[in-house]
Design a protein around this ligand. Structure first.
Ligand SMILES: Nc1ncnc2c1ncn2[C@@H]1O[C@H](COP(=O)(O)OP(=O)(O)O)[C@@H](O)[C@H]1O
Ligand SMILES: [Mg+2]
Length: 346
C-alpha cells in the first residue's frame, strides 16, 4: 500500500519550472488523497501561464505513476488556483502599468546601484516610477537614496516614500530590528506580497523590483504573483558573474518573462586624471554572452568613484550630476528600456 510520505518524497524531486526549488517547498501540493491504488493530488499553482501549469501537472503525474502500487493519478487545482485573478496583478498592484525585475545571478555586482540610478533616470524622463526593494539578503535601497525615515501607515496601508521623484518601498522598512531574519520560502512570499498589496502605490508607469541575487524564493513569488513585463539582468564582466547572469536569464525565460537585456556593470575603469580606459576584468564577455543568448546588451557602466560615492551618500550619480558620462549611460539605458516596453506593450 502506497503511503502519503512516499508520494511527497517523490514530489520533492520536482522543481518548479525554471527554479532550483522543489514544488513541495513552495507549498504547491495542498493535499494527497489515497484510495487503494488511486491517488488524487490537490495542487495550488498560482500562475496564469498555462504552459507552466501543464508542465507541473505532467511532471507530477509521471513521478507518482512510477511509484509501486499506484494505479491511477488524478490532479486537481485547489481553490486559490481555480480563481487566480484576485491573487494576480489586479489585487497587488492595480495602478502599475509596467513591472520590471532588476536581477542578477550574483550579489555585489551592482544590481541595487543600477536599480536606483535607472529609477531616478526614468523619473527624470517624465515617468511615474516605483522602486520596490525586495532584496531579502540586504535591502540597501533606503541607504542608497538617503532615506532614514520609516514610511507612514494610515491604519490600512503603508505610504511609499517619495525621493527624487521615485516612490520607494523596501523590505528594510518591515524589519523591526537588527536581528537576522531566517528567510524561508513562505516568509519570503508573505513579505514580498505585503510590499505589493499593503502599500498605497497609486498610479505608477514603471515599477522596478530590486531582487535578491539568484533564482530563489523571491523570484518565484514575484513571477507567480504578478506578470512581469521584463527583466533587466546586471552582470560584471568576470566569468563567474556572467555564468550566474546566464542562469538568471534562463530562469526568467522559462517563466516567460521577456529579457530586456543585460547591463554590464564595472565594465572598465576610466582614469579620472588621464581619462585612459583600463579593462580591469576580461572585456567583451558580456557582449559575447548577449549575442549567444540573443538578448540586447543594454549598456556598459564603468567602475567609477562617483557611482560608488553616490550610493554611499544617498544621492545617486544620476541625481547629483546628471550631465556626467556615467549618468548619461544610465539615462540611455532607461530610454532603451522604455522604448522596448512601449513597443511591445501597445
Ligand atoms: N559602476 C560602479 N562603480 C563603482 N562602484 C560601484 C559600481 N557599481 C556598484 N558599485 C559599488 O559596489 C558595491 C555593491 O553594489 P550593489 O549595487 O550594492 O550590488 P548588489 O545590489 O548587486 O549586491 C556598492 O558599494 C556600490 O556602491
Ligand atoms: Mg543589492
Amino acid at each position: 500500500m502506497v503511503s502519503k510520505d512516499q508520494i511527497l518524497a517523490e514530489l520533492k524531486s520536482i522543481n518548479y519550472p525554471g527554479f532550483k526549488k522543489d514544488i513541495i517547498s513552495f507549498g504547491l501540493v495542498k493535499d494527497v488523497l489515497i484510495d487503494g491504488g488511486a491517488v488524487q493530488l490537490i495542487l495550488d499553482i498560482r500562475t496564469q501561464d498555462q504552459k507552466v501549469i501543464q508542465q507541473i501537472i505532467d511532471s507530477v503525474k509521471l513521478a507518482v505513476q512510477a511509484i509501486d502500487g499506484v494505479n491511477s493519478v488524478e490532479t486537481k487545482l485547489g481553490a486559490a488556483a481555480a480563481q487566480p485573478a484576485p491573487t494576480q496583478d489586479s489585487a497587488y498592484l492595480p495602478g502599475v502599468k509596467y513591472k520590471i525585475a532588476v536581477a542578477s545571478g550574483k550579489g555585489g555586482v551592482g544590481k541595487s546601484t543600477v536599480a536606483v540610478n535607472l529609477a531616478v533616470a526614468l523619473a527624470k524622463q517624465g515617468h511615474k516610477v516605483g522602486l520596490l526593494d525586495a532584496d531579502i539578503y540586504g535591502p540597501s535601497i533606503p541607504l542608497m537614496l538617503g532615506v532614514s525615515t520609516r514610511p507612514d501607515f494610515d491604519g490600512q496601508k503603508l505610504k511609499p516614500i517619495d525621493r527624487y521623484g521615485v516612490k520607494l518601498m523596501s523590505l528594510g522598512f518591515l524589519l523591526t530590528d537588527e536581528s537576522p531574519v531566517i528567510w524561508r520560502g513562505p516568509l519570503v512570499m508573505r513579505a514580498i506580497q505585503q510590499l505589493m498589496k499593503d502599500v498605497d502605490w497609486g498610479d505608477v508607469d514603471i515599477m522596478l523590483f530590486d531582487m535578491p541575487p539568484g533564482t530563489g524564493d523571491a523570484q518565484l513569488t514575484l513571477s507567480q504573483s504578478v506578470s512581469l513585463d521584463g527583466a533587466v539582468i546586471v552582470s560584471t564582466p568576470q566569468d563567474v558573474a556572467l555564468l550566474d547572469a546566464v542562469k538568471g536569464v534562463q530562469m526568467f525565460q522559462k517563466v516567460n518573462v521577456p529579457i530586456l537585456g543585460i547591463v554590464e556593470n564595472m565594465s572598465y575603469f576610466l582614469c579620472p586624471h588621464c581619462n585612459e580606459r583600463t579593462d580591469i576584468f576580461d572585456s567583451g564577455g558580456v557582449k559575447r554572452e548577449c549575442d549567444r543568448l540573443g538578448v540586447p546588451l543594454l549598456g556598459e557602466i564603468p567602475l567609477d568613484t562617483e557611482i560608488r560615492a553616490g550610493g554611499d551618500s544617498g544621492t545617486p550619480v544620476v541625481q547629483k550630476n546628471p550631465e556626467n558620462p556615467q549618468s548619461l549611460s544610465f539615462m540611455h539605458i532607461a530610454k532603451r528600456i522604455t522604448a522596448n516596453l512601449f513597443r511591445t506593450g501597445e
